[in-house]
Design a protein around this ligand. Structure first.
Ligand code: FAD
Length: 148
């Protein structure tokens, strides 16, 4: 098995009804399943939800990324899955996260979308490099805030 690492970046349209607890539960389930599955095959990355879109970066070996992305594409909790990048990388940027959620689940659902609405973030307007950089920057900023 090749040890070459790859990065996969995509965005998709949310299909989960944004009504209170059901939405929170669905996001929590996606994260729990992602963290369990990704830990098993050494896939790392980050997920952001915003303004009706998901943006996600996945890092790992090619065959693990392909298998993971195959499952993700078949998930009817989102649709219009658009691959932005699949490219070899020298090292991981999300090595510590089996799947980070950028902006931890807040106490109300409106706050979950506020991060993007405030910054004008819309993953469908970004290319793979840009979406990757935004996710990485927001995650590091959030960690710095939590450490204060
Ligand atoms: P299963 O045993 O099939 O399901 C695990 C849990 O998810 C169960 O509680 C099940 O009820 C629930 N579930 C599964 N599919 C659905 C569905 N369509 N609707 C409602 N509930 C459902 N998976 C990863 O492994 N890694 C990722 O990084 C990852 N990122 C994701 C990002 C997004 C935006 C979305 C929408 C999904 C993501 N998933 C990810 C989930 C992925 O789409 C599959 O649901 C999952 O990989 C199936 O894994 P499994 O066969 O082990 O789990």
């Amino acid at each position: 098995m090749s040890k070459q690492l790859y990065r996969l970046v995509y965005y998709s349209r949310n299909r989960i009804a944004k009504d209170g607890n059901d939405f929170r539960t669905a996001i929590e389930q996606i994260l729990a399943t992602s963290r369990e599955n990704n830990s098993r095959c050494d896939v790392t990355g980050a997920l952001i939800f915003n303004a009706g879109c998901f943006g996600q970066v996945l890092e790992g070996r090619l065959e693990d990324l392909e298998a993971t992305f195959e499952r993700i594409q078949q998930d009817d909790r989102h649709g219009d899955v658009s691959l932005l990048a699949m490219e070899p990388i020298e090292h991981r940027h999300f090595a510590r996260w089996s799947m980070a959620l950028v902006s931890a689940l807040p106490s109300d659902d409106s706050a979950l979308t506020s991060i993007g609405l405030q910054s004008g973030f819309d993953p469908s307007n970004l290319n793979g490099d840009e979406l990757h950089s935004v996710l990485h920057r927001l995650l590091l900023e959030e960690e710095a805030l939590l450490a204060q």
